[in-house]
Design a protein around this ligand. Structure first.
Ligand SMILES: [Zn+2]
Length: 61
């Protein structure tokens, strides 16, 4: 099995990992109800996407 020639120091390892970070999730607003939603998805609040209602949200009273 191949073995690394030199051990990567803690500093070097951690410096490499400074680029590892979570991407923030894109959030857009629904043009119909104005609630925040994920882009390219049917709105979870009013069930509409690109002017078409795909499902009607049944709200529990
Ligand atoms: Zn909506």
């Amino acid at each position: 099995m191949a073995v690394p020639k030199r051990r990567v120091s803690r500093t070097r390892r951690d410096k490499r990992r400074t680029h590892y970070k979570l991407q923030t999730q894109n959030i857009t607003r629904c043009p119909k109800c104005g609630e925040p939603k994920m882009p390219h998805r049917v709105c979870p609040f009013c069930g509409e996407y690109k002017g078409t209602t795909y499902h009607v949200i049944v709200t529990k009273k």
